[in-house]
Design a protein around this ligand. Structure first.
Ligand code: ACM
Ligand code: ZN
Length: 774
C-alpha cells in the first residue's frame, strides 16, 4: 500500500523531487515489547527529515554512544544521516537526556510533539530502551520523511533480569557471531547474556594458568551424527575465545546495556576439562573431549584438593574477564556414580562428617560442598553465585541465586527459602525445542514443543508465592542448547521470533499482555528482522487451526485464523489450496473423514500449507467420560483429545497426546444409539527413555444403559524390553460383532518399570491420542 501511494504521488508530481517532502512514511508505537503506558496527545505529528538532529548531554560519553546508536538505526532504516550534537537545539530534534525520576533505573519517558521528540531515562540504559522503542516505531518506514504520532510513553521493565542463554560448547560461534547475537538481544530489550562457555563437548574460554583447557579441551576429534546415532562425522571440531576477544565482547555487550554472565559448569559437564587434566577425574582417565551428546558420568573428583585449586584458577581468571556481579557455576546434572566408588571422594565425605539423610544422599551433600566452595571463592572476589536448580540439593547457601529449569518448582522452593530465583523452565523457555508440531520440515532438534504462543503464555510468578516471596523471582530467561544447532543461521531460526514473545514476558506487565494483539504487532518487528537479514521462523504467519469437539452435534469444528485477518483458502479433498480455492468465512463443521489443507496470502506471499488429516470412526466427536483422571502435567485440552479425529506426531508435548500416570485410562464413549461394533483401538506413544511405556492390557466392555457392562475382550501385552522401539503404536482389539450404545475402553499402564530400565520399580506413563470404535 505504502509503495503504491508513493508511486502515485510521484506520478502526480511528474516525478519531481521537490514534491517528495510531502510524502511521509508513518511511524507507530505498536512495538514489541509493548510499553506499559502509551497516550496519544493532540499536539501534532513530529516529522523526521534530513535536518533533524539528535542531541545528547555534553560531556556524557555513554549518552553520546546512545545518540550514535539512534543515528545508526535511523540511517539503516531511512538512509538519512542525522547530525549528532551536544549543542542545545529546540526545533526539529530528538533530545536524549537522563535524570528521569523513577525508582526503576531502566525506565524512560518518551514524548513526541510537533517540534521535538524527547527521550528521558532514569539512566542511560532507560534512554537506550526509549531509543529501541523509537527505532521499532519506524520499522516500516522507507526513505521518505517519517511522521511520528504525538504520544507520551511511560515505560519500564517488569523484571530487572531479562536473560537469554547460549551454549557455545556443543557448537561454537565466533566472536563476530556473538556480537550479532548481542544486537538481537538488544533489539528485544534483553539485558543479560548467560554465556555457557564450558561443557563435556568443548571448553571455549582461554584460561592462562590452565593452557591445556583450550589447546586440548576446546577440540573434539569428531561429532556424533543426529541424536547419538552411533555414527560419527570424522570431522575434527573446535574453537575458543581468547581472553582479549571475550573482553571485547563484554565491552560490546556493555555498550548495549547487556551484562554477560559467564558460566563455568561444575562439578559435572566437565569431560572436556578432564581430557586436558585427567588427574582431576575420579578414575584418572584417560578422557577425550566428548564426541556425543548427553550427560557424562565423568565429573570433577570432589575428593581431590587439586579440583579445588582448579576451581580457583579458573574462576580467578573468569572474574578478571567478566565484571558481572553474578558468575554462574552450573551445578546441573552431575551424576554421582564415580564419586560413589572413588576412595578420595568417600574420604572427603568422611572427613567432612557428611551423612545421608532422608532427603539427600551423601554424594549430593558432597556436591553442595563443592558449590559452596565456589561460592565462597566468588564472594571473596566480591561476586555473587548463580547455579542451576540442582544446587538446591544437599543444602543451599542463603546468598545463592537459583535458575529453575526442570520446571517451576526449583524457583518456587528457592523463593520460599528467601533465595533469589530466575525462571527458565524447559516447558516454555527452552528454545532448542521444536517450535511447531509439524516437525518433518524442521531442522533436527532435541525434541519437545515450545511454540511462540507457548512462550508468550508463560507467567513467571506462580500464584502459590506470597507477594514477598514473589520479589525473589528476579527475572526470566530463555535457554538455547546447541547440540542440534550447528550454524549461526539456524541459531537465529531457533531464537526468532520466540525472542519477541519472551521479551513481552520479561518486560510487559501481565495485564497488558494479549497474544492476539502481540501477533498483530509482530509483522512490524519482523520488518527489522528482514532488514537485518535474520533467519527467523515463519510458523506464526501460517494458518492457525483450532479444533473443537462438538459432541452435541457429533462434528469437529474447525476455526481457522491468520495474522492480520489475511484471507484463508482451503480444500477438504487433499488438493493443494490456491487463491481460487474456497475462501474461509465461518467455522467449519466436519462430520466425515477428510484432509484439510489451508493457506493464507499476506503481502502477496503464500504461507506454508496447513495440512491436517481428520479421521472419523464411530467414536469420533461422541460424548466421552473418563472414569480415571488424566495426569495434570499432560492434560492439555482434556478428555476430548481422545475422540477428536486428530493424530499425534512422535512428540508427546504437543497437546495431541494426553497422559495417564499411576492410574488406568478408563474411557466410556456414548455412541448415542444402539450401534453394531466389532473392533476398538487405542493409539499410544512410547518413549522408553522418558518412562513413557506402552500399555500392558486393553479391555473393551459394552453396555446398553451405561451401568451394567459386559466384557467383550481383553488383550494383554508383554512388558517393555531393551529391544523395543520408541514410536506410535495402534492396538486393535477385535471381538464378535455386537450391538451396544456405551463402550468402555480400559488401557492399563506398566505399574512397575522392569528391572533392566533405569526407572526400575517406578510407575510408567501411558500417552494416548485417540481411541477408535468400528
Ligand atoms: C540444563 O538444561 N541442564 C540446565
Ligand atoms: Zn573422586
Amino acid at each position: 500500500m505504502k509503495n503504491l501511494y508513493f508511486l502515485g504521488l510521484l506520478l502526480l508530481c511528474g516525478g519531481l523531487f521537490s514534491c517528495s517532502s510531502a510524502i511521509k512514511d508513518q511511524a507507530n508505537f505498536d512495538v514489541i515489547p509493548l510499553p506499559q503506558e502509551i497516550q496519544t496527545t493532540a499536539v501534532g505529528d513530529f516529522v523526521l527529515n534530513n535536518n533533524t538532529v539528535i542531541v545528547y548531554p555534553a560531556g556524557d560519553d555513554t549518552m553520546k554512544r546512545n545518540a550514535e546508536f539512534l543515528a545508526g538505526y535511523i540511517k539503516e532504516q531511512t538512509g538519512k544521516e542525522l547530525e549528532v550534537t551536544d549543542k542545545s537545539v529546540d526545533r526539529n530534534a530528538i533530545i536524549l537526556s537522563t535524570g528521569l525520576d523513577n525508582k526503576n533505573k531502566e525506565a524512560y519517558h518518551l514524548e513526541v510533539e510537533k517540534h521535538l521528540i524527547r527521550v528521558q531515562g532514569a539512566s542511560a540504559a532507560g534512554v537506550f530502551y526509549g531509543i529501541q522503542t523509537l527505532r521499532k516505531s519506524m520499522a516500516e518506514a522507507g526513505h521518505a520523511d517519517v511522521a511520528f504520532p504525538a504520544v507520551e510513553i511511560n515505560d519500564y521493565p517488569r523484571f530487572s533480569y531479562r536473560g537469554v542463554h547460549l551454549d557455545v560448547s556443543r557448537h561454537f560461534f565466533p566472536a563476530d557471531s556473538i556480537k550479532r547475537f548481542i544486537d538481537m538481544l538488544a533489539l528485544h530489550n534483553i539485558n543479560r547474556f548467560h554465556w555457557h562457555l564450558t561443557d563435556d563437548q568443548g571448553w571455549r574460554i582461554e584460561i592462562k594458568k590452565r593452557p591445556e583447557l583450550t589447546t586440548i579441551g576446546s577440540k573434539r576429534a569428531e561429532t556424533v551424527a543426529g541424536r547419538n546415532s552411533g555414527e560419527y562425522d570424522h570431522v575434527p571440531y573446535g574453537g575458543f575465545y581468547t581472553q582479549d576477544e571475550a573482553r571485547e565482547i563484554v565491552k560490546y555487550a556493555q555498550d548495549h546495556f547487556i551484562t554477560i554472565i559467564p558460566e563455568i559448569d561444575l562439578p559435572g559437564h566437565m569431560q572436556a576439562a578432564l581430557a586436558a587434566y585427567p588427574y582431576l577425574g575420579c578414575t584418572g582417565g584417560p578422557y577425550e573431549v566428548w564426541k556425543q551428546w548427553g550427560v557424562s558420568d565423568d565429573v570433577l573428583c570432589a575428593g581431590n584438593d587439586e579440583t579445588l585449586k582448579f576451581i580457583e584458577d579458573v574462576l580467578g581468571e573468569i572474574v578478571e574477564i567478566f565484571p558481572s556481579e553474578y558468575i554462574h557455576v552450573g551445578g546441573d546434572e552431575c551424576p554421582k556414580v564415580r564419586w560413589q566408588k572413588c576412595p578420595k571422594c568417600q574420604a572427603r565425605i568422611k572427613a567432612l562428617g557428611i551423612k545421608a539423610d532422608d532427603k539427600h544422599t551423601a554424594e549430593q551433600k558432597l556436591q553442595a560442598y563443592i558449590i559452596d566452595y565456589a561460592e565462597k571463592f566468588l564472594k571473596g572476589k566480591g561476586r555473587k553465585m548463580i547455579g542451576w536448580e540442582e544446587i538446591l540439593e544437599g543444602g543451599l547457601s542463603p546468598t545463592a541465586t537459583v535458575m529453575s529449569w526442570r520446571g517451576k518448582e526449583g524457583g518456587i522452593e528457592a523463593a520460599k527459602m528467601g533465595n533469589d530465583a530466575i525462571m527458565t523452565p524447559a516447558s516454555h523457555l527452552y528454545f532448542d525445542y521444536y517450535q511447531t508440531m509439524d516437525t518433518e520440515k524442521e531442522p533436527l532438534a532435541i525434541g519437545g514443543y515450545v511454540s511462540v504462543e507457548r512462550v508468550y503464555s508463560y507467567e513467571p510468578i506462580d500464584p502459590s508465592l506470597t507477594a514477598d516471596e514473589a520479589t525473589h523471582i528476579i527475572g526470566v530467561q530463555a535457554n538455547l542448547w546447541t547440540e542440534y544447532v550447528p550454524t549461526f543461521s539456524q541459531l537465529e531460526y531457533m531464537e526468532l521470533p520466540r525472542l519477541a514473545a519472551l521479551s513481552e514476558v520479561q518486560w510487559t506487565m501481565p495485564d497488558k499482555k494479549n497474544y492476539d494483539n502481540f501477533l498483530q504487532r509482530l509483522p512490524q518487528l519482523i520488518s527489522i528482522y528482514d532488514r537485518e537479514g535474520y533467519n527467523y521462523a515463519k510458523h506464526v504467519f501460517n494458518v492457525k487451526a483450532e479444533y473443537i469437539t462438538d459432541y452435541v452435534n457429533n462434528s469437529i469444528k474447525v476455526v481457522l485464523s491468520a495474522i492480520g485477518n489475511s484471507p484463508i483458502y482451503y480444500t477438504l479433498d487433499g488438493s493443494e489450496p490456491t487463491e481460487k480455492s474456497q475462501l474461509y468465512g465461518d467455522t467449519l463443521s466436519l462430520k466425515e473423514s477428510c484432509v484439510l489443507k489451508a493457506i493464507t496470502i499476506r503481502n502477496n506471499k503464500k504461507s506454508d500449507v496447513l495440512t491436517e488429516k481428520i479421521d472419523f470412526n464411530k467414536a469420533t466427536a461422541k460424548p466421552l467420560t473418563l472414569l480415571q483422571p488424566i495426569n495434570e502435567k499432560y492434560k492439555f485440552n482434556g478428555e476430548y483429545t481422545l475422540v477428536d479425529g486428530l493424530s499425534g506426531t512422535p512428540n508427546y508435548r504437543t497437546g495431541r497426546w494426553i497422559a495417564f500416570y499411576k492410574n488406568d485410562m478408563e474411557a466410556v464413549v456414548d455412541l448415542k444409539q444402539e450401534t453394531s461394533i466389532h473392533k476398538a483401538w487405542v493409539r499410544t506413544y512410547v518413549e522408553i527413555g522418558e518412562e513413557i511405556l506402552d500399555v500392558r492390557s486393553i479391555s473393551v466392555l459394552a453396555s446398553d444403559d451405561g451401568k451394567i457392562y459386559k466384557e467383550l475382550k481383553t488383550v494383554d501385552f508383554p512388558p517393555v524390553t531393551s529391544k523395543d522401539k520408541n514410536g506410535i503404536y495402534t492396538h486393535e482389539v477385535e471381538f464378535n460383532s455386537i450391538n451396544a450404545r456405551y463402550v468402555k475402553v480400559i488401557a492399563k499402564p506398566e505399574y512397575k518399570i522392569p528391572a533392566w530400565h533405569w526407572g526400575s520399580g517406578r510407575p510408567a506413563f501411558i500417552f494416548v491420542d485417540e481411541i477408535g470404535i468400528e
